[in-house]
Design a protein around this ligand. Structure first.
Ligand code: RUB
Length: 309
């Protein structure tokens, strides 16, 4: 098992990528290091936990799923008079329950998603979303063809194309700029999500918004496949989801004199463009899901500090 520091390094370098995997690997590293802690003093133990949690929390700026996982663990040991042994037991139990809950959520999502895909469907996707891949593989009998956008600058679309083709799905990899030439014949545009926000907007890999906008033109349905744990509660209080800015060298390895470069990793798609959000609770219009989540979370503004870590 990798340490917290190594895991954070791999996440930053995108050796671990996709919100669900980032969350899973980060939580595994945090739990393992916490359970192996040599601290015997409860205050120092908690301090060590929070220090490690923060390293992971900050590894990628646009990842509410990761934050949710960490918040769940943090909350589990918030009781005042717990000994180190008690905290270790609680963390172990919380992690086991949480892991199971996430596996079941993934399964439900892929079932709901696959049901939406009728025989003979042609689909476009971008980047590398484990949630989307699960749906497509489950629906493979009904899929005629999947077009994967290569997803510059780091080409995660190649991983998706490889995963889908290994699963026996007819797959074509195209450059990002070729999207409009095939979107016309696609029935669906399936994407994952990194963040779900209070107004129903979805943050996902850069490029999602422009294809989603084009979907309206070509009558292609955009579905986002995402667990509700990617919902960012602080967005209900006006907090904006930060967009990760990645190294400029990913775009341009060798500088061009006087040319500025920008490299945002994610963009925000307006809820009005999205046909539905496929999550473990079913398939919902984006605003309906966010109002459901608001009701179920029962949030209070004073909890904002807790959300920060
Ligand atoms: C990955 C990406 C994925 C979401 C959802 O970006 O945008 O669509 O993270 O992934 P990156 P999943 O490669 O920069 O991490 O469905 O696996 O949670």
């Amino acid at each position: 098992m990798d340490s917290v520091k190594i895991t954070a390094k791999k996440i930053k370098a995108l050796k671990i990528q996709g919100a669900s995997k980032v969350r899973e690997k980060a939580i595994n590293a945090l739990v393992s290091q916490t359970l192996n802690s040599k601290q015997t003093n409860p205050t120092l133990f908690r301090k060590e936990f929070l220090k490690n949690a923060k390293i992971l929390f900050d590894a990628r700026p646009t990842e509410p799923a990761l934050r949710t996982g960490i918040r769940i663990l943090k909350k589990s040991i918030s009781g005042k008079h717990l000994s180190v042994e008690q905290m270790k037991k609680i963390i172990k139990k919380t992690d086991e329950g949480y892991g199971l809950n996430r596996k079941q959520a993934m399964k439900k999502m892929s079932k709901y998603g696959a049901k939406l895909i009728p025989k003979g469907s042609t689909i476009m996707t971008l980047c590398h979303s484990h949630s989307v891949i699960d749906v497509l593989i489950r629906a493979k009998k009904n899929i005629d063809h999947v077009y994967c956008l290569e997803t510059r600058p780091l080409f995660q679309g190649r991983m998706t194309a490889s995963d889908l083709s290994k699963a026996g799905i007819k797959t074509t990899l195209i450059i990002d700029n070729a999207a409009s030439t095939v979107l016309k014949k696609c029935d669906f545009f399936f994407t994952g999500a990194d963040a779900l926000l209070a107004d129903g907007d979805v943050v996902n890999k850069i490029g999602t918004n422009q294809i989603s906008t084009l979907c309206k033109r070509y009558d292609t349905k955009h579905y986002a496949v995402t667990s509700t744990h990617k919902f960012e509660p602080s967005s209900f209080f006006g907090n904006d989801e930060p967009i990760e800015q990645r190294a400029l060298s990913e775009v341009l390895p060798k500088k061009i004199s006087k040319v500025a470069v920008a490299n945002p990793a994610f963009d925000r798609t307006d809820s009005s463009l999205i046909e539905g959000i496929i999550c473990e609770k079913g398939v919902f219009p984006p605003e309906v899901l966010s109002s459901k989540l608001y009701d179920s979370l029962n949030l209070d503004k004073h909890e904002l500090d807790f959300l920060k870590l």
